[in-house]
Design a protein around this ligand. Sequence first.
Ligand code: ADP
Length: 264
Amino acid sequence: DVNVVWMKRQTVTSTYQVAVLLYDMTAVKQIQQMQLDFVSNVSHELKTPVTSISGFAETLLAGAQDDPKARQEFLEIINTESKRLAALIQDIIALSRGQQQPARLETVALRPTIEKLLVPLQQTIRQKQIHVQLNVAQSAKLMTDRQKFEQIVKNLIINALVYNRTTGQLTITAYPQKNGWQLDFNDTGLGIGADDQKRIFERFYRVDKARSRHQGGTGLGLAIVHNLVTILGGKIQVTSQLGVGSTFSLYFPEKPQAVKLTKN
Ligand code: ADP
């Protein structure tokens, strides 16, 4: 066992050192276990769409393609499941990229950035008749990593739209706060119960698995958000009431101090 060998090689001189060593090993074991769980979750999540795609493709080749109704239905399933697979791969890459790529700091103006991110979502906004309100001053600016910041905001906006009700509201507000900015994303959606609020930032955790899958969710969106917010020296918290709506509040320092950050 590596730990034992390591301990034998050390001259452990005090109880304190032993305690520190044991504590470290517990932390290492926990991280190892989390990595194993993640790999097993990823494998399971990838297997589901792949099984479906290959199953329906084989059925089509075995003769179902001669029936126009079955052909249409099976091709639609193959199409949906391939998109799910692509989204999953994209999110897994985002999760590992966030950890690996150092942050590159630049000045990011909040309002134009959020407006730009809303453009490709206009169709969903119109379809669900969501009223989007932006209470963000032109002067609101941060030193941050643009790519990571945009990924955070995009994921929160998408959730606020997906889990909203038709004719609902999405309000994005920026307040100056302790040498930084607080950004609130408030929606009038499903809401999240107290027990679930504690777990939604975990990888692959979904409150309603069927609903998330139906909406094309991967269960990784908020894990990516949490990861990136931490890297950028920020904080995130959620307040929510079932059936009323949720507010995801972000805090970002104007200039992050974290040692993890490298300048452009
Ligand atoms: P998903 O891909 O399932 O949306 P996320 O990590 O983005 O994964 O979110 C995890 C879960 O948290 C979702 O499945 C959903 O149940 C819940 N959730 C996230 N955002 C909201 C929101 N704005 N309103 C209600 N529920 C939400």
